[in-house]
Design a protein around this ligand. Sequence first.
Ligand SMILES: [Cu+2]
Length: 142
Amino acid sequence: MKKIILFTFIISAFLFQTGICGSIEVKNAIIYAAPPNANNGGAFMEIKNLTDKEMVLTGAENNVSRVTELHTHIEEQGMKKMVQVKEIKIAPKSSAVLKRGGDHIMLINLKKPLNAGDTVNIKLIFSNNETVNVDNIKVVKP
Ligand SMILES: [Cu+2]
């Protein structure tokens, strides 16, 4: 019995680190380095819904900025601009792709500049109270 518990623990520790929680798998997470005077940064990733029910991303937290918001881009009078959204829906057995010019996670009011080579931890929060930790996301040059 002890062996099984230990085994389960190791497996969950492993899954935890790679951003899988049974329902959700996160791939290709990336953050672009911001100029030294930038106050905000954007995080991009593919969030795969492994279940046969819709999953709804309702929020996120991170360790480098004071505020974390879900954003998308809209076009207004021919200009693309970012707006906050309450949620990002992920259809059953499919992915939400957070990318530049589209949906993204906004890191607002950075505690320190984001430099290439830094790493960031983001926690994704879903409407069913499930959370997924996406740790050690690499900051790269844009
Ligand atoms: Cu944004």
